[in-house]
Write a protein that binds this ligand. Structure first.
Ligand SMILES: *[C@@H]1O[C@H](CO)[C@@H](O)[C@H](O)[C@H]1NC(C)=O
Ligand SMILES: *[C@@H]1O[C@H](CO)[C@@H](O)[C@H](O)[C@H]1NC(C)=O
Ligand SMILES: *[C@@H]1O[C@H](CO)[C@@H](O)[C@H](O)[C@H]1NC(C)=O
Length: 805
């Protein structure tokens, strides 16, 4: 969605303004005109119910209701419904969500960390708990007329390039991680079949976005609105698509959002190959209640920015025909009447879209008796509960990554460490802690608040801002530092540096923050702890290793805290004080600053290219920990602890339970669902995690596989195949816990170049556990190579024009 600059958004903003005084209503199925219609008869199957509604809506009303701000029909007693609701990390500001005035009921909702920090916890149970809480609060808002029932979250595009302004909205750069994360997230948001507490109703409808190959905002004249992502099939199936496959095929999410960009020449929202052939036919995402919305303004982009259609009429028709059921914007409203008149669309195209949309509302209980629905009983008392507040804190604490801790300077005991100087642009940050797509929080606890709460004696001096050359605050910061025993610098980047429609062009520290840190370190000679905030990483080489000119060995400790949400300050200082032990792992690679010169942001392939190769390719050192050939500043999966851990295979290595050979045919036969051979288990490797130090701590176990003799020309260094987090492993007495690393065939599969088919190749592999490696296990896969997923062939583009239908 775009900031409030486009006509579409101004319209939406106006709608939001209007409806902030007009709360949403549920249909009156008892006394209203609809009570006579089958849509209100909960004893009928959904298809019959929705057919009843379609039979009474006239064509004017049908056209009006394939828009995000659906007016319903006053004549029929069908209330207006705003489809555009947001809840990325808590119920969030958006046209469908209306927070009340401060001090009133529904003035706030729990604000969790941004997904990039939740991802760093590598804790899928935590993801589920967060999503379930968000969904409960969203339902409470909906019951009060303050939100809809569908929410346009999650953003599950892999964070491919560190410059991307919206990487903060994702759990990180690894596709398998995103798949496992999103499966748990959707189970929490929408409810699942294992979850019987409110069958047959869905908790919410979530929307997996942005489909697909979207991870770029703007660079010069190329923007997400005109960008054509050129993605080879193998990168598509190995990297860009897996999270969406999980959403569609495995989690049966209620909704998808097609993205602004084109993919291989065709705008995503007009792309019947992506929307029909892949999504609905290949992945079987074709239930009666599953619908696709365009990103806001994306249907207009088809002609206005991609030049893919001659005019708005053609663009609207292409999108509706391709399967974009809902337009967020004005293109459908403006141009579908003309498209209908020109015979480019038929009434049945509206019926198909509206049936999907209204069937989803049926599944949500929209037309049913509230007394029969537990979710409809949720209210203000279910928002901002103590448990939710504690979960927001737990989530922030769980994700924070300890990157450096020289001589075990952390934790700092508030009683004995003396006086802290708290400096930097995040030292007293509040709304900055939320990143983007946020709502009003019940409170926003800054680092300063957290430090005082943890019992430290603190002097606060901001010193500088995120991105400025102004050094006028330096003197006060230096004076505060001189008077203190320890310096804590809280800085990094915020949404003035990385945001929607704002990619970075540089990935070093902005402004004069590093200069201030260097002065603090050199002039005082005191220990310096740096806490870096932000979703994208900033090259912190100098803080880790120091500078040639007298920077010494860098700072003493470095923590990454992402965007930690409402309890961020408390979480950061509980880690600094040792009230909590850090166990997060970096969910992305921290690249050196030069990375941005080494590869164009718009270059989509993952593998390194060393020559000016074939047409369309450019030089690249490779992307993500899997392919990057340079030396990362901090590698994916890095994260230190306050204690030491030793890992061992829980099975004796001599034990035959620790297999060394697998046969492809037997593996495939073991798939729980024959249609999903990629989900067949390889093996669950069980690891004993022993805490050999003094501090009780969580531990996230990450397991990677590397192929030792792959038949493919290019292979990643390694790929994440499983992870598990064990909680609260006791220190002081050698406490231990067991972690199950469930490896399935998808983790080992590679895409064939050209076809993009995912193939399990026989050969020798090695499983390596942890970063740096603590355990290794070699195994061999024997038998024939097997195709785990046969990728539908993309249609061929006609010379200079649209695809042949
Ligand atoms: C459909 O109904 C609306 C009232 O909801 C009316 O304004 C409109 O003229 C009708 N359109 C047709 C084609 O009958
Ligand atoms: C970008 O667009 C502007 C305005 O259309 C034009 O003047 C400029 O030359 C373009 N820049 C590039 C690099 O294409
Ligand atoms: C910290 O920020 C809060 C909230 O913006 C503000 O009320 C408070 O005065 C600030 N504290 C200091 C010491 O500046």
């Amino acid at each position: 969605m775009r900031p409030l600059t486009s006509p579409a958004l101004l319209l939406a903003a106006a709608a939001a303004l209007y409806s902030s005084t007009t709360l949403a209503a549920f249909p009156d199925c008892i006394n209203g005109p609809l009570s006579e219609n089958s849509i209100c008869d909960s004893s009928l199957p959904p298809a019959e119910r929705v057919a009843g509604l379609l039979s009474v809506l006239n064509i004017t009303e049908k056209i009006a209701n394939v828009n995000n701000a659906a007016p319903g029909s006053e004549r029929l007693g069908l209330p207006p419904y705003e489809w555009w609701n947001e809840a990325l990390h808590g119920v969030a500001n958006s046209p469908g969500v209306h927070f009340a005035e401060p001090g009133e009921e529904f003035d706030s909702a729990t604000s969790f960390p941004q997904p990039i920090l939740i991802g760093a916890a590598f804790d899928d149970d935590l993801v589920y708990e967060i999503a379930k809480t968000v969904s409960t609060e969203a339902r409470a808002f909906s019951n009060a007329g303050r939100a809809g029932l569908d929410f346009w979250t999650p953003d599950i595009n892999p964070f491919k390039d560190p410059r991307w302004g919206r990487g903060q909205e994702t759990p990180g750069e690894d596709p398998l991680h995103l798949q496992r994360y999103v499966a748990k997230l959707l189970a929490g948001l929408e409810g699942s079949h294992d979850d019987d507490d409110d069958a047959p109703y869905k908790r919410l409808v979530a929307s997996c976005k942005h489909y697909t190959a979207y991870d770029f905002e703007a660079l010069g004249n190329t923007t997400r609105h005109n960008f054509d992502a050129l993605v080879p099939a193998a990168d598509m199936t190995e990297y860009y698509m897996p999270p969406f496959k999980t959403c569609a095929r495995d989690s049966a999410v209620g909704s998808f959002m097609c993205s602004y960009n084109s993919v291989n020449g065709m705008p995503a929202c007009a792309n019947s190959y992506l929307l029909q052939d892949i999504l609905r036919d290949h992945w079987g995402w074709n239930a009666a209640d599953q619908w696709i919305t365009g990103d806001c303004g994306a249907v207009g982009d088809i002609w206005e920015h991609h030049g893919y259609a001659g005019d708005g009429i053609e663009a609207a028709a292409l999108a509706l025909k391709a399967g974009t059921d809902l337009d967020c914007g004005t293109t459908y409203l403006q141009f579908l009447p003309g498209a209908l008149e020109a015979g480019l669309v038929e009434e049945s195209d509206f019926d198909r879209a509206l049936a999907r949309l209204y069937t989803s509302l049926i599944r949500l209980g929209y037309f049913d008796d509230p007394a029969q629905q537990p979710y409809r009983q949720l209210g203000w008392a279910d928002v901002n509960t103590d448990a939710a507040q504690e979960l927001a804190y737990e989530a922030a604490a769980a994700g924070i990554v300890l990157i450096k801790n020289d001589n075990g300077i952390l934790p700092l005991n508030p009683q004995t460490s003396g006086h802290i100087a708290l400096i930097g642009p995040y030292a007293n940050a509040t709304t900055q802690l939320q990143g983007n797509y946020f709502g009003a929080a019940p409170y926003l606890h800054s680092p300063l608040h957290g430090a005082e709460r943890a019992g430290f004696t603190v002097t606060y001096a901001p010193g500088t801002e995120v991105d400025t050359d102004d050094t006028s605050g330096f003197a006060a910061a230096l004076a505060a530092a001189e008077a203190a025993d320890i310096i804590v610098f809280a800085g990094g980047i915020d949404n003035t540096i990385e945001a929607e429609e704002r990619d970075r062009t540089a990935i070093g520290w902005p402004g004069n923050q590093l200069e201030l840190i260097a002065q603090l370190k050199m002039t005082t000679g005191k220990p310096v702890v740096v806490v870096v905030f932000g979703g994208g990483q900033v090259d912190s080489s100098v803080l880790l290793h120091g500078q040639d000119e007298g920077g010494g060995g860098g700072v003493d400790a470095l923590l990454w805290a992402g965007y930690p949400g409402q309890a961020g300050g408390r979480a950061v200082f509980d880690i600094i004080s040792g009230a909590r032990a850090p166990a997060g792992r970096l969910p992305v690679t921290q690249y050196p600053a030069e990375y941005v010169e080494a590869v164009e942001m718009t270059y989509m392939p993952l593998a390194p290219v060393t020559d000016e190769g074939e047409e369309g390719s450019s030089k690249s050192p490779g992307r993500t920990y899997k392919w990057y050939t340079g030396e990362p500043v901090v590698e994916f999966g890095h994260g230190l602890h306050y204690t030491s851990f030793e890992l061992a295979w829980a099975q004796d290595e001599e034990d035959e339970k620790m297999p060394t050979t697998f046969d492809t045919a037997e593996l495939i036969a073991g798939a729980p669902d024959a249609a999903k051979p990629d989900l067949a288990p390889l093996h669950t490797f069980r690891v004993t995690v022993r805490n050999t130090g003094d501090v009780t701590s969580d531990y996230a176990v990450l397991a990677f596989v590397s192929a030792l003799d792959s038949p493919l020309a290019q292979n990643p260094h390694k790929s994440l195949v499983a992870y598990a987090r064990v909680r609260g492993v006791e220190g002081g007495g050698g406490g231990s816990a067991e972690a199950d690393l469930e490896v399935n065939l998808a983790g080992l599969a590679r895409a064939e170049s050209g076809s993009g088919n995912l193939v399990l190749y026989p050969g020798k592999y090695v499983l390596r556990v942890d970063v740096p490696v603590q355990l290794e296990w070699q195994f061999e896969i024997v038998g024939e190579a097997v195709v785990l997923e046969e990728w539908p062939v993309a249609p061929v583009e006609e010379e200079g024009g649209r695809l042949n239908e």
